[in-house]
Design a protein around this ligand. Structure first.
Ligand code: ADP
Ligand code: MG
Length: 634
């Protein structure tokens, strides 16, 4: 037997391993299984190169849990290690001292450490995060190799001796430490295997499972088919995920089936997929799916899984792909994304930059293709993808440049236009006297129905901008488009939405009467709503009163409510303007000889109607309005 002391200059590495990796203890299994995979791949490679003629045989990797002994074994039939190799790869490299160790695996800057946990391979030594004793038994594929046994109990001492092992490959045994006994649990290990090893390239067996097979031609008394149940090895992974295959080999159904495999708890089908398949100048494979997006984008992120040669790395791809792409689902597999660096560093990495712009381009290509080849179908999907596209345009300049071709605007009647088409369509009716194009929109087709109808009656078109992101999108488009502004339909009375060059309407009320009307309304406004009264000469066929929210103030308010950096507006509440049409017969009638009581009732009724059109009439005010309306009918 050979004994040795681990060469540690600055103390024991084990406390360091435990301390720094506290939150991600699970990854020990990923590391050990990927080592087993590596050993298998290497052996296969040697055989294919003709460097050895060993019989490959069954290459299944076995994971065995012994609850009583509190041990976990990872057994492979890969190339194994000779004594020299154990010495070199296990003893020397890993035991080269805490300092080197930290330097090698954790980057030079200590501050970076917390950021990289879980995103780099700590390798074989991560087993000491959960085990207080680890054994390796290994037999190299080489003809005269002797089996070796290596044991280490977590102190800087290890032992090496001959082993009784007749089968080629490596067997790692972990003895779980008391503080890691949570891993001595079948479900826990199964979950971890399914998470990290789901798509590893060789079959991984963990325990057994029962399998029922129909027995041909046999039925029970009631005529139901009979089944034969047998115990078969439980293979926990799919060694052959479709992202590795050529797109030409795959059908739409294969992509859908894979989506269900990835997200067994998602019931909605994806809208479409993108298969990414690049070998040069970097290596990138993957399948991205467009999900049906709901309006709230925050809760829908982190559905993309990142793999490195089929080893699961993370489902948080932040900083690896542009933010808007994190709304997509699917997998990305690339060995070219550096994993042993911090997140903030990733963004600056040239490979990551290239990969991320490649994905952006692919996504834009796909959208453009869908739009061009089947516009009708694309329009049907528009509602589900517009949040994504607008978010992309807002946050990614190169996507914005591409999106010109396939980003649509939709009006309140369900028609779709590209921005260019829409400009053309409304140019004539909606250019104001200064030559600016005024684009009208509604943020809620139901609530703003009255205003939408009024605008349409003037021959205007109204866009529907009803998702959370649209407040920002409108602002953004205004900056991008030349000579165009957006106005919500309730920003003015219909007649004034778009200022035209025409003679001013003459008021039927003189100055004295205007003041009177102002006073009638001003004194009757309920004290709990902020309404400013304005008497104006409008067309006599316009409504007698209208409640508007001037565009600028309303937008500031919307922004502050969304936390858009105008929080100082938040306390101000909404401000509305009650427009009173000085030329409407009901209004001019008020200043004539109408009796006091009737006038008060009329003014209250008009105010309530205006409040109602903005959804401001609630509670007691609403009850009073209903009662008053009934009285009027009587
Ligand atoms: P890495 O996998 O990044 O090289 P590890 O610490 O995981 O680092 O492993 C160190 C080395 O030990 C490997 O490169 C390999 O040579 C050897 N090794 C580890 N596990 C096995 C195994 N199951 N079979 C053969 N060799 C192994
Ligand atoms: Mg490794």
């Amino acid at each position: 037997m050979q004994k040795g002391t681990i060469n540690v200059q600055t103390g024991n590495i084990f406390p360091i391993i435990k301390k720094f990796l506290y939150s991600e203890h699970e990854i020990f299994l990923r590391e050990l299984v990927s080592n087993a995979m590596d050993a298998t791949t290497k052996l296969k490679k040697l055989v294919s190169l003709g460097q050895t003629d060993v019989e490959l045989g069954d290459l299944t990797i076995r994971v065995e849990l012994d609850i009583k002994k509190k041990t976990l074994k990872i057994i492979d039939r890969g190339l194994g290690m000779t004594e020299e190799e154990v010495q070199k790869y296990i003893n020397e490299i890993a035991f080269s001292g805490a300092e080197d160790f930290v330097k090698k695996y954790m980057g030079k800057d200590d501050k970076e450490i917390s950021g990289i946990i879980g995103h780099f391979g700590l390798g074989f030594y991560s087993s000491f995060m959960v085990a207080d004793k680890v054994e390796i038994k290994t037999l190299s594929y080489q003809p005269d190799a002797k089996a070796v046994k290596w044991t280490c109990d977590g102190s800087p001492d290890y032992t090496m001796s001959d082993a009784k092992k007749t089968e080629r490959g490596t067997e790692i045994t972990l003895h779980f430490a008391e503080d890691s006994i949570e891993f001595n649990d079948e479900h826990r290990i199964l979950d971890m295997l399914r998470k990290f090893c789901r798509f590893l390239p060789y079959p991984i067996q963990f325990g057994m499972e029962s399998k029922s097979e129909k027995i041909e031609g046999e039925t029970d008394e009631e005529g139901n088919p009979k089944y034969n149940t047998t115990e078969v090895p439980r293979i926990v992974n799919n060694p052959d995920p479709i992202w590795k295959k050529a797109p030409a080999e795959l059908k739409d159904e294969d992509y859908k089936a894979f989506y269900r495999e990835l997200y067994p708890f998602t019931f909605e089908e994806p809208l479409f997929h993108i298969h990414i398949n690049v070998d040069y100048p970097f290596n990138l494979n993957g399948i991205l799916y467009f999900p049906k997006l709901k309006k709230n984008i925050e809760v829908q992120k982190n559905k993309i899984q990142l793999y490195c040669n089929q080893v699961f790395v993370t489902d948080n791809v932040e900083n690896i792909v542009p933010d808007f792409l994190t709304l997509l689902h699917g997998v990305i597999d690339s060995p070219d994304i550096p994993l042993n660096v911090s997140r903030s560093y990733l963004q600056g990495d040239p490979n990551v930059k290239k990969i991320s712009s490649h994905i952006t381009k692919k996504v834009a290509d796909k959208l453009e293709e869908l739009f061009k080849t089947n516009r009708e179908d694309y329009e049907k999907k528009w509602d589900d993808i517009r949040v994504f596209i607008r978010y992309g345009m807002l946050t990614n300049e190169s996507f914005y440049e591409r999106a010109d071709k396939f980003a649509l605007l939709n009006d309140t009647d369900g028609n779709h236009f590209t921005v260019e088409e829409y400009r053309e369509k409304v140019k004539e009716a909606q250019t104001d006297k200064n030559g600016n194009l005024v684009l009208l929109y509604a943020s809620d087709a139901e609530e703003q129905h009255t205003y939408i109808s009024a605008a349409k009656a003037k021959g205007y078109s109204v866009l529907l901008m009803d998702s959370v992101i649209d407040v920002h999108f409108i602002d953004f488009l205004e900056r991008k488009l030349e000579k165009a502004t957006f106005k919500r339909v309730d920003a003015e009375m219909a007649d004034k939405l778009i200022e035209k060059d025409k003679a001013a309407v003459v008021s039927k009320l003189n100055e004295e009467e205007t003041k009177q009307v102002q006073e009638f309304f001003g004194s009757s406004i309920p004290s709990d709503v902020q309404v400013h009264v304005q008497v104006e000469a409008l067309a006599d066929d316009d409504a007698p009163v209208g409640m508007i929210q001037p565009e600028f103030l309303r937008r500031m308010n919307d922004m502050s409510q969304m936390g858009g950096g105008m929080e100082y507006m938040a306390g101000m509440g909404r401000s509305y303007t009650l427009l009173v049409n000085a030329n409407h017969p009901t209004i001019t009638g008020l200043v004539d000889t109408m009796d006091e009581e009737k006038r008060k009732a009329t003014v209250s009724q008009l105010i309530d109607l205006a409040l109602l059109s903005q959804g401001l009439l609630k509670g007691e005010k609403l009850s009073k309005f209903i009662q008053r309306s009934i009285d009027i009918i009587k």
